[in-house]
Ligand binder design. Structure first.
Ligand code: OOB
Length: 547
């Protein structure tokens, strides 16, 4: 096991192997195998470009050869920040081939996140597209190379300017020797949603991840005929693996890379490419329900519409069920591992009201009280889990791991849940200090730390506030330094955070100046109290507006 990764205890690893969950197959072996079976099947559709399985394998091998020649070695980390384009899959299969680890960043991440994860993972290279969504990633890359000395190479899809073009690396695979990779080794580092000041990295092995793909593909009924459309950022665990783009490759199906989920574009793509399954977050599902009323595209190919990443109300779930002529599937998962699905043949009641049940019979679920005592079935408590594809520790985070995992290896999800009599989970809330802004996760502490760097601010507390569309938005309560007379304007605070390079989705939607924070009995800031305070205020404002 690579340094900084926590392996499963030997006994459990043996059990997962004996049960056939861990197949001992690496991602490179998986792609080689699928390519052998149907080389000419379409693997990826991305804009005007198409890759067959043979193309994908060939390009991944060529790029892998080029990466070796560049000096990228086994176990080196490479930050990959690409939008939904076919090259994303070429890049990650190339890195898998040489045993280097992709570190998955999202296109919305900016300096604050990218510098941090590059430094934390001691990344050797950074792979980007030139411009996406109006943002020039090359600017960030130039600054990154100054700031983080481990980053020796910047590889660019598109106009590479002073950097190296990804394409130019493609070399003859026969000219190099590929290192041996093993299925029990870490394949990549996934980014955690986080609840502390700094995000954590999640090492996932070939064995554990491919098992989750296998289970997901089966539960979602994927086959070679399946066409999965990625509208959410494909590096996120949901569209990556539940079953997502990698689960589709596992099943030998076709991946359609979509640029965002706007109904105009997405519905046209569904019709054109005969998409059979796609995944949405709740706010996007609401937009789709509205759009379905008037749009005329033929969506009859669609068999499964997945919704997950954040709480989905049963009212909206019912509406979605009525608006689309396909099966709704709720997905409750986490980059750390555990993924729950409602099953395609579940009764409507279960699909609409619950977040389903785990992939594997070996997934252990515990719902406990504040003292870690298991509660009665049906009661709400903290969700703990352990199993064949849930990590036993974050990457190089020993101290944090002692808090995030129980001594016997259960991961503390930070979610509050209850289990129904028939074994389905219902997410009831969250105990972790995180904000779920329409599926995008924000650690309150991370935003607080950035705000505290502002010289005018004495103290800050960041909490969620309810929102009809996104479910939650971000609210920052602020106490000004006594000696300061003038409050920084909201625009100034926003710009301050932007300039610090914080991703836009983490920048508070609202700032509230107060003279003190509500505190708990022991004198800690009461986030519960602050959440109630802003919720009441919003309610009042709404009432005044409708008067
Ligand atoms: C997915 O992964 P992450 O790592 O971005 O976030 C995990 C957290 C969970 O702990 C939970 O708090 C929340 O997101 N969550 C949900 C949910 N799905 C995730 N909360 C309520 N209802 C749901 N259906 O978000 C993720 C990873 C794989 C598959 C699906 C989602």
């Amino acid at each position: 096991m690579m340094e900084g990764c926590t392996p499963w205890p030997e006994e459990e690893a043996r059990r997962y192997r004996n049960l056939g969950y861990w197949q001992g197959m690496t991602f490179s072996e998986l792609l080689a195998e699928r390519t052998k079976v149907h080389p000419l099947q379409t693997a990826i559709i991305s804009g005007e470009k198409r890759w067959t399985y043979q193309d994908l394998k060939q390009e991944a091998d060529q790029l892998a050869a080029g990466l070796i020649q560049l000096g990228i070695h086994k176990e080196d980390r490479v930050v990959v920040q690409l939008p939904n384009i076919g090259e994303l899959l070429v890049v990650i299969f190339a890195l898998f081939r040489i045993g280097a680890l992709p570190v998955f960043a999202l296109p919305s991440h900016r300096k604050s996140e990218i510098f941090y994860i590059s430094e934390y993972s001691e990344a050797k290279a950074y792979i980007i597209q030139d411009i996406y969504g109006g943002y020039d990633y090359r600017k960030m890359a130039a600054e990154l190379q100054h700031a983080v000395s481990s980053v020796q190479h910047v590889l660019v899809v598109g106009d590479h300017e002073n950097f190296q073009s990804l394409r130019s690396l493609y070399s003859d695979p026969a000219s190099v020797t590929f290192p041996v990779t093993r299925a029990e080794e870490a394949a990549f580092l996934q980014l955690s949603g986080g609840s502390t000041g700094l995000p954590k990295l999640i090492p996932r092995t070939h064995d554990d991840y491919i098992y989750s793909l296998h289970g997901s593909a089966e539960i979602c009924g994927l086959s070679e005929k399946s066409v999965y459309m990625a509208v959410l950022p494909a590096a996120h665990n949901f569209p990556l693996s539940s079953p997502g783009v990698l689960g589709t490759i596992y099943a030998g199906g076709t991946v359609v890379m979509a640029e965002g989920g706007s109904p105009e574009r997405a519905f046209a793509l569904i019709e054109k490419e005969k998409v059979t399954i796609t995944a949405l977050v709740p706010p996007l599902a609401m937009v789709w329900i509205e759009a379905a009323k008037s749009r005329k595209e033929n969506l009859s190919s669609l068999q499964v519409l997945q919704v997950g990443g954040a709480s989905f109300s049963k009212e909206t779930a019912s509406k979605l069920n009525q608006s689309f002529d396909c099966v709704l599937q709720q997905v409750f998962g986490m980059a750390e591992g555990l993924v729950n699905y409602t099953r395609l043949d579940d009764p409507e009641e279960v699909i609409v009201r619950t977040q389903g049940r785990p992939i594997s019979p070996a997934d252990e679920i515990q719902i406990v009280d504040d003292e870690d005592i298991v509660v009665n079935r049906g009661e709400t408590g903290h969700l703990l889990t352990r199993g064949p594809y849930t990590i036993r520790g974050y990457y190089k985070a020993e101290e944090h791991n002692r808090r995030s995992f129980t001594p016997d290896g259960f991961y503390r999800t930070g979610d509050l849940a209850r289990m129904t009599a028939d074994g389905n989970l219902i997410v009831m809330g969250r105990a972790k200090d995180q904000i779920n802004r329409g599926g995008e996760k924000i650690a309150a502490e991370e935003v607080e730390n950035h705000l505290l760097a502002h010289e005018d601010l004495y103290d800050v507390a960041v909490v969620s506030m309810p929102d009809d569309f996104l479910g939650e938005r971000v609210c920052a309560f602020i106490i000004l330094r006594e000696e300061r007379q003038e409050r920084p304007s909201i625009r100034e605070l926003r710009r301050f955070l932007e300039e610090r390079g914080l991703a836009a989705y983490k920048i508070p939607d609202r700032f509230e100046y107060v003279s003190s924070f509500e505190v708990t009995a022991v004198g800690k800031v009461s986030k519960k109290g602050l959440r109630a305070q802003i919720a009441d205020k919003l309610n009042l404002e709404k009432k005044l507006q409708t008067k």
